[in-house]
Design a protein around this ligand. Structure first.
Ligand SMILES: Cc1ncc(COP(=O)(O)O)c(C=O)c1O
Length: 433
């Protein structure tokens, strides 16, 4: 039986792979003991890239970072003071795994405005949506189970589920999101569940049209396939009308008068990472109560509960409507940056390239000229012009996408965006010439 490359490296005591480095050439018995399921796992391309781009002269469109200028420092500081002064003993104590009840109630009211009709018993607070994705993997994925994703899709979900030895079925996307015409064929292969990012998708920035949402939910119901809907960006819309979430559309297929409360087949995830601050690590997962009970068990094994203090601070910041005002401000700032990037692309990129025009979110998606390879381009862009992005291939669970790139527009200021796109455009033009 051939020995996997990772094992050979470990036996030799060779320099460990990405993300395992604790000093070059360090020999440790642990290297021989990694679980078999970790063999396919490598560290995130994005995180490795972020390390390269920390140098001050690099303009990076690589990360998915919110702009630090929009963090509400004063409000968070005042909230932390209030929480410690009035409820310090609770805030610094262990707490229920489900999460801080007033925060869950607030989130239920928030979701009701978007037609998501659930009760606090359907909501569990997680340490970021990333943990929600991991707990879903822990609860549902057996080795070899097939998860149906968009192609490209969110890399963090692939990282979470590959650890549970998931396989992937994929459906391509276009400017209106997932191509529902191609969905049925994959549904016949019997996926365990579908993973869908309907709003301003990470990485491509596209939004699933209402018509396609309806068709998707209809087909998923027909084939008996549940859906995980990941919606970190839904509130960050810079143009166009809000489109109902899948969890809302799916509710129409279920008996809303059921005494069991919310019984839909969509698990919905959202987060305060993009609307408040990612450092707080506060997100939530919505599911039928029977599923929440099992997710709670999974979470107990992971971290007992999300930071009580951070949950209470988030609640204190959000409770009197501050978040709504704040989200308006974020929309203005990011909307301007999106426009800056779209304008710069028009000015500086050759006509052989194309890009998506996101109505919201943090990212847009470039398709390079024929025969280009975006990983090679990244190296050149870093070497020659000190500018970075994420090569698209890593977002494709089953390969492809070598000509694509993800660009973030939320982090850099408009004038920096213009300069970065000018530099990237000049590398592409030189290659073309
Ligand atoms: C689609 C998607 N899901 C989940 C996450 C994780 O977010 P959180 O900060 O809540 O863990 C991100 C973060 O960028 C994301 O883009």
């Amino acid at each position: 039986m051939p020995i996997p490359a990772l094992e050979i490296e470990a036996r030799r005591g060779a320099a460990p792979r990405d993300g395992m480095k604790n000093g070059a050439g360090v020999r440790t018995l642990w290297n021989e003991r990694f679980a078999q399921r970790t063999r396919r796992m490598t560290s995130s391309v994005i995180r490795e890239l972020l390390k390269l781009t920390e140098k001050p002269d690099v303009i990076s469109f690589a990360g998915g970072l919110p702009a630090p200028e929009v963090f509400p420092y004063e409000q968070v500081r005042a909230a932390a003071d209030t929480v410690l002064a009035t409820q310090g003993q609770i805030a610094l104590q262990y707490a229920p795994t489900e999460g801080y009840l007033p925060l869950r109630e607030l989130l239920v009211r928030h979701m009701a405005r978007y037609g998501i009709d659930v009760s606090p018993s359907n909501v569990m607070i997680t340490s970021g949506s990333q943990q929600g994705l991991d707990l879903i993997g822990k609860l549902f994925v057996n080795p070899g189970d097939r998860i149906l994703t968009e192609s490209p899709t969110y890399l963090g979900a692939l990282q979470a589920w590959s650890a549970y030895q998931a396989e992937y079925l994929t459906v391509p996307i276009d400017d209106d999101g997932l191509d529902v015409e191609r969905l049925e064929e994959e549904l016949r292969a019997g996926p365990k569940f579908l993973y869908i990012l309907p709003n301003f998708q990470n990485p491509a920035g596209v939004t699933l049209s209402l018509e396609r949402r309806r068709r998707l939910v209809e087909l998923a119901n027909h084939y008996g396939a549940p859906i995980v809907e990941d919606d970190p960006y839904g509130q960050l819309r810079y143009e166009g009308e809000h489109v109902p979430p899948l969890v809302r559309i799916d509710a129409d297929y279920h008996d809303s008068s059921s005494e069991d409360g919310f019984t839909g087949d969509v698990i919905y995830l959202s987060t305060l990472s993009k609307t408040l601050a990612p450092g707080l690590r506060i997100a939530w997962i919505v599911a039928p109560e029977s599923v929440i009970t099992r997710l709670v068990q999974m979470k107990q094994g992971a971290d007992l509960h999300t930071s009580t203090f951070c949950q209470m601070v988030a609640y204190e910041v959000a409770k009197d409507g501050f978040l709504d005002r704040h989200v308006k401000h974020i929309r203005e700032v990011y909307g301007e940056r999106r426009n800056a990037m779209l304008g710069a692309l028009e000015r500086h990129f050759p006509q052989e390239t194309s890009w998506t025009k996101p109505q919201g979110g943090l990212f847009l998606w470039i398709t390079l000229p024929e025969s280009f390879d975006s990983t090679a381009l990244l190296k050149e862009a870093l070497d020659q012009e000190h500018v970075a992005f994420v090569p698209g291939a890593s977002f494709f669970p089953r390969g492809g996408g070598e000509r694509t790139c993800r660009l973030n527009f939320s982090y850099a200021r408009p004038e920096v965006i213009d300069e970065g796109i000018r530099r990237l455009g000049s590398v592409i033009k030189r290659k073309l010439a």
